[in-house]
Design a protein around this ligand. Structure first.
Ligand code: HEM
Length: 139
């Protein structure tokens, strides 16, 4: 087995595992904050989230560099990076920056939808993600 294949597959599995843990933790903390449980924003929980997100992004960037991908030539990766920025903004609005409860709820729902869409973009290797068959009629 080539050396690349020995570590690429475990790293990709770690990336996917961290995607699930990070998304699950955001969903849980967001739901608790919306339910008025402000302890979900306490320092240990914030530190846990930062740690997991840092590992997730580091694994993603390592996969990216190892495949020598160009986000313009691989539009699924470019779309994923743009969606990541949108997810971070919506997540920050949901957990702390939005003042009105309705804005927090909308940001929370939007962040979760963007996150799931990002996963579908990654799995399909297409910028339209799960919508690709509808928009391209399966071409
Ligand atoms: C800096 C951020 C990120 C970068 C640079 C990145 C990059 C990558 C790369 C290069 C791959 C390997 C694709 C392959 O082997 O064909 C990958 C896989 C994957 N990524 Fe990310 N990723 C990032 C963040 C995320 C996030 C936030 C999510 C989820 C919402 C995500 C979901 C996935 C999934 C599900 C796969 C597996 C796709 C497959 O099975 O082929 N990634 N990522």
């Amino acid at each position: 087995m080539p050396e690349f294949a020995v570590w690429y597959s475990p790293l990709k599995s770690a990336h996917i595992g961290l995607v699930i843990v990070s998304g699950g933790l955001f969903a849980l903390r967001g739901a608790l904050v919306l339910a008025g449980q402000s302890w979900a924003m306490a320092r240990p929980w914030r530190m846990l989230s930062y740690g997991i997100d840092t590992l997730l992004l580091a694994a993603g960037v390592t996969l990216w560099v190892s495949l020598s991908l160009n986000p313009v030539a691989s539009p699924w990766l470019g779309a994923k990076l743009l969606l990541l920025v949108l997810y971070v903004v919506l997540g920050s609005l949901a957990l702390k920056r939005a003042r009105a409860p309705a804005a927090r709820r909308a940001s929370y729902a939007g962040a979760l939808m963007v996150y799931m869409f990002m996963a579908s973009v990654a799995l399909s290797h297409h910028p339209l993600g799960f919508m690709q068959p509808w928009w391209t009629h399966g071409d």
